[in-house]
Design a protein around this ligand. Structure first.
Ligand SMILES: Cc1cc2nc3c(=O)[nH]c(=O)nc-3n(C[C@H](O)[C@H](O)[C@H](O)COP(=O)(O)OP(=O)(O)OC[C@H]3O[C@@H](n4cnc5c(N)ncnc54)[C@H](O)[C@@H]3O)c2cc1C
Length: 331
């Protein structure tokens, strides 16, 4: 029996308010907490005023910790890890859930190191083994070709969860959480990094992480000229455009549009892969899509093993009629 108690969720905000992954973490956290008979808490880290507009009390957690400090005004790994370390050491949750976001991926390992515990990143399922009350952490392994379930005897368990792997929790209006302002002690001189400036990520069109439909091009598309056609079709479908690593290297799409193990991990409802062979490194980033459609001239291309629907043919011939039919269907 361990002396840790409760599931804690790290809350993240984007430009449009609460990130969808936070609602998913709260939904998963609530289920696990209820099964364990333990409380669910949420933590919001930032500077003065974060409570305003965050509907902190209505996130659906039992307790919401607000961690405010001047040094937490801008995200900085060192200061956020220090603040979370203090809260987690005091509250001793069984698990801290974070999104598999830039921030979650950045914070989780550093925090786990500080707490001398484990971090399990990129989980797609979280369950309880009812006999032992141990958390079962499921995540893709071997470049996404298999999934494995892990357990750990180290606490607290720091876990990141992939976007769209869990159902979101609806805001529980009417049920007010207990809001606690947690005072942290941060000494400016102990932090070695300084934020000099923030540069907004440039990108054409819809963000890959938010798109329900992604059209992704590979080396087979060639360069920017070929990608123009993908962009036109994407506009019809309200889709985002992404690419494989060679497509980014060939400047067909921006580097921040690369999908795969060293790019973005996406899980759209529909992934249309055009001129992509289907390497392990590419499929690690898109294998969780609900439906995959592939267009490739090579009938033996590995992408067809993953595709729900496939067309064998030259994309320059296939894609225009595919696009025209889509236009007809949505008009
Ligand atoms: C450490 C490491 C990390 C990596 N990370 C990533 C990553 O994050 N993302 C990623 O994508 N890759 C990554 N790679 C590269 C990866 O191994 C593959 O080389 C890459 O995914 C292949 O991209 P591709 O499918 O676009 O190109 P190719 O493998 O060259 O495939 C091109 C495909 O286009 C088809 N084609 C060609 N012409 C046409 C046509 N006219 N019509 C229809 N089909 C056509 C071909 O039949 C072929 O199947 C990584 C590699 C390493 C070693």
């Amino acid at each position: 029996m361990n002396s840790y108690n409760g599931i804690m969720v790290y809350v993240e905000f984007g430009e449009n308010g609460l990130l969808p992954i936070t609602r998913q973490l709260l939904g998963c956290g609530r289920k696990i907490a209820d099964e364990l008979g333990e409380p669910l808490s949420a933590v919001i880290v930032g500077s003065k005023g974060i409570e305003e507009g965050s509907d902190a009390a209505q996130l659906g957690a039992d307790t919401v910790y607000i961690v405010e400090h001047e040094l937490l005004r801008q995200y900085r790994t060192e200061t956020y890890v220090a603040a979370l370390e203090q809260l987690v050491r005091q509250q001793r949750p069984t698990a801290l859930l974070m999104g598999q976001t830039y921030v979650g991926r950045d914070l989780a390992p550093s925090l786990a190191f500080r707490l001398e515990t484990i971090a399990v990143l990129d989980c797609i399922a979280l369950e309880i083994d009812h006999a032992s009350r141990v958390l079962l952490l499921t995540k893709p392994v071997c470049g996404g070709n298999a999934v494995a379930t892990f357990t750990s005897m180290y606490y607290p368990q720091i876990i990141t969860i992939r976007d769209k792997a869990m159902l979101p929790m609806e805001p529980s209006f009417g049920k007010n959480a207990h809001v606690v302002h947690f005072a942290v002690s941060l000494e400016p001189r102990s932090f070695k990094t300084r934020l000099i400036k923030k540069v907004k990520e440039e990108g054409e069109g819809l963000r890959l992480e938010e798109a329900a439909v992604i059209i992704s091009g590979g080396r087979g598309i060639g360069g920017a000229e070929g990608f123009r056609q993908l962009h036109e079709t994407a506009a019809i479908l309200h889709a985002a455009v992404g690419g494989s690593r060679p497509a980014c290297d060939n400047r067909g799409v921006a580097p921040n549009r690369q999908i795969g193990i060293t790019g973005k991990i996406v899980s759209p409802d529909l992934y249309i892969a055009v001129g992509i062979s289907g390497s392990i490194q590419q499929m690690s980033g898109c294998g969780q899509a609900k439906r995959i459609v592939a267009i490739n001239k090579d009938p033996d291309a590995p992408i067809f093993k993953y595709a729900d629907f496939g067309v064998v043919g030259d994309w320059k011939k296939v894609f225009p009629s595919f696009s025209a039919k889509l236009k007809e269907l949505v008009s």
